[in-house]
Structure formats: structure tokens, C-alpha cells
Design a protein around this ligand. Structure first.
Ligand code: MRU
Length: 368
């Protein structure tokens, strides 16, 4: 199984990332030894996916300490650099969560911080494997099919996590139990995480799938070609409202109309109990060229402007369940505002990122 992120010991320790912008054509690794390169790698999606960003946040604090001792930073400079890592992307709560898991231990020294950061990585893999079992159990109990046909969006596999995957992990679990039918993988415009990364992982794991245009997904669901949609998450508010890759909410609407389950899978570190509802989630807006261009070639007339929200928010009443390593929360049929507390870790309450790096969009969902 490919590792999206690893700590490499040595005279000058560093973080090794597989460059996800080059996949599937080129399998190339980047050795990161400065905060500048780490922040750039996060912002350019060399490393991406909420749980993998959690690992980058935790290991990034250790990296900043190593750089700080080489470059002679004082405590204030180190804090500033750690904040830069925490705020590199605003929507995936795991990034700030990963930083916050270890930063209190900075006064105890790099070995202690590194030990805790490595634990974040190990725990993420364990959480993903556990939630995959819970998710597969629930789906097999609720979908009366010998082979379950699945639709998924974006990339939620090993590349997006420390290992194994979340929504992808459930799909993999169904595959291992010989209960998986055909998977429809949305290409995931504009950066094609589904077409490039999910398809690459599924070919590697021997999972039968087709890649479809995002705009085909609603029709695939309404035509009865799939039994369940499974997505990951970047931030889940206390009431179950879920931010994930843009395009997710339209899948949920189609699933509701078709009467099939819509499953959100994430480690408990993705639950942000400090936000009561999805309207409060900051949505990252990325550069318009990602929409206006395709593979570096401009597809739109000169003068056309782009709108590029990277995520959307699915209201909890459109979500059948949220599954974490701690179990399943039946989101659609419960009204409690703190529903997700039951499957969140006690350590998941993290401060909200207040200063996103770019412009943000107004949340399109009306108050309920
Ligand atoms: O912009 P990305 O590629 O970081 O977005 C990733 C997603 O939206 C994933 O679905 C989410 O982070 C869950 S990954 C297990």
C-alpha cells in the first residue's frame, strides 16, 4: 500500500510525500525539510485529503522544530511557522487538529513531539480500518444485495489518509468480503482526484470500477445503477452537516430522491464539535484557473471568470449515516444538535481556523 506521507530520520530529518499532482503518470516523491515547502505542498495538493492533512499537521510541527533549531528561530518565530502550517488550508479540520494534537508538547522537545505525531499517523490507519468494518457491516445490513454497487466521489483512499482510506476503506472492505459490485468513481472536477487517484488505487487493489463524469452521477443514481453512495469528509459539524469535495451535495440529493443510502465515512478527528452546524464551516475557494483550464490548457474564452469552491456542505438530513471508528450515527433520523458527539473522540474539539488563506464563498445553505 502506498504511503502518502512518511517521516524520514537522518542527519537532517524530513517529511517524504508522494507528489499527488503527478499521479497517475509519474510516481515521484518529494523530501520536505522546510515549512515553506510543506505549506506550498499542502496548498498545491501534493498532499491532500483530510486525514493525510492531519498527519502533515502533526509531523509538520516536528519539522518546524527541526528547522527552527538549524535556523536559530526563537519561540515566537516557531509559533508563527506552526500557525502557517495549521492555516495552509481552511476546510479540512484535520490539519488544525493534527497540529493541535502535538503543539502543547513543543516545550518538551522534538523527540516527544515526533513520538506524538507518529502516533497520530498510526491512530489514523487504525481508525480507518475500524470505521471501514463498521461501514461495511451497516451497508450489508441495509442493502439487500449479494453484490453492492457503489458510487464514490473524490479520492478517499490511502493517498488521502495515513493509510487504508475512509469511504475507499469501506469499499475495500466490501471487496475483501466478496460483496462488492461495480464501483462508479466520479472523476471529480476540476482537479480529477477521482479519475487520477481513486482509479489508480482501485486498479492497484483489483477493484472493478468505471470512471464517470461528475455530471453523470445524478443520472446513474436515478437510473438505479447503484445501491449506495459513500463519500469522505473534510469537516463534520456537531449536527452532522458535512463539508466534502464540491459535488457531494448533489449526490446526496439524488440519493434521497432514489431512496438509497448516502454514507459519510471519516475518522473521529474530522468531527468539529466546536461548530454547531454546516453553515459555519469555512469553504476554501481556490484559484479560478483550476476551473478555466484543463491540464494546463485554457478552455474558456479570454475574459471569462471562474468560480472555484473546493468543497460543499451536505445538510445532515440528506445523510443516512456518519460512520467513524467509534461507530455509526444515524444522521437523517435524529434531531439532536450534538448528534455527532456520540461518535467523536473526546479530543476532537479544536479551535476553528479563523484566517483562511484565500477568499471564501458565502455558504449557500439557508438556516434551518
Ligand atoms: O481538495 P482535496 O483533494 O484535499 O479534497 C479531499 C476530499 O474532499 C476528500 O473527500 C476528503 O478529504 C476525505 S479524504 C479521506
Amino acid at each position: 500500500m502506498v504511503r502518502s506521507i512518511e517521516w524520514v530520520d537522518g542527519p537532517r530529518p524530513m517529511i517524504r510525500l508522494i507528489d499527488q499532482t503527478l499521479l497517475p503518470g509519474t510516481e515521484q516523491y518529494i523530501d520536505v525539510s522546510t515549512v515553506d515547502v510543506l505549506v506550498e505542498s499542502i496548498q498545491h495538493l501534493v498532499i491532500r485529503g483530510a486525514p493525510a492533512l492531519g498527519a502533515a499537521g502533526a509531523l509538520g510541527v516536528a519539522l518546524a522544530m527541526v528547522q527552527g533549531s538549524v535556523d536559530g528561530w526563537d519561540a515566537a518565530r516557531l509559533e508563527t511557522e506552526i500557525d502557517r502550517i495549521r492555516d495552509a488550508r481552511p476546510t479540512a479540520v484535520n490539519l488544525a487538529w493534527g497540529v493541535n494534537q502535538v503543539r502543547d508538547s513543543v516545550p518538551s522537545g522534538t523527540p516527544k513531539v515526533l513520538k506524538l505525531a507518529r502516533q497520530v499517523v498510526t491512530d489514523d490507519e487504525a481508525a480507518n480500518r475500524q470505521l471501514s468494518k463498521h461501514g461495511a457491516d451497516w451497508i450489508l445490513a441495509h442493502v439487500a444485495k449479494e453484490k453492492v454497487r457503489v458510487l464514490t466521489h473524490c479520492n478517499t483512499g490511502a493517498l488521502a489518509t495515513s493509510a487504508w482510506g475512509t469511504a475507499y476503506g469501506i469499499i475495500h472492505e466490501l471487496h475483501q468480503r466478496e460483496r462488492l459490485g461495480l464501483v462508479y468513481a466520479d472523476e471529480t472536477r476540476p482537479l480529477l482526484q477521482g479519475a487520477r487517484l481513486t482509479s489508480w488505487e482501485m486498479l492497484h487493489d483489483g477493484i472493478e470500477h468505471v470512471v464517470q463524469a461528475d455530471s453523470a452521477a445524478a443520472s446513474t443514481i436515478l437510473r438505479g445503477l447503484v445501491d449506495v453512495a459513500i463519500i469522505g469528509a473534510d469537516r463534520i459539524a456537531a449536527n452532522g452537516d458535512t463539508a466534502n469535495k464540491v459535488g457531494s451535495v448533489s449526490l446526496a440529493l439524488a440519493c434521497q430522491r432514489a431512496g438509497i443510502p448516502f454514507v459519510v465515512a471519516a475518522p473521529s478527528s474530522t468531527i468539529d464539535l466546536s461548530l454547531s452546524r454546516g453553515e459555519d464551516i469555512v469553504i476554501e475557494e481556490r484559484h479560478e484557473d483550476e476551473v478555466l483550464c484543463c491540464a494546463g490548457v485554457r478552455m474558456t474564452p479570454t475574459g471569462a471568470r471562474g468560480f472555484n469552491p473546493a468543497f460543499d456542505v451536505t445538510p445532515h438530513d440528506l445523510i443516512s449515516i456518519v460512520v467513524t471508528e467509534r461507530g455509526v450515527a444515524d444522521t437523517a433520523t435524529h434531531a439532536q444538535s450534538d448528534l455527532l458527539a456520540t461518535i467523536a473522540g473526546s479530543e476532537t474539539r479544536v479551535p476553528t481556523v479563523t484566517a483562511p488563506p484565500g477568499p471564501t464563498e458565502p455558504n449557500p445553505f439557508p438556516r434551518r
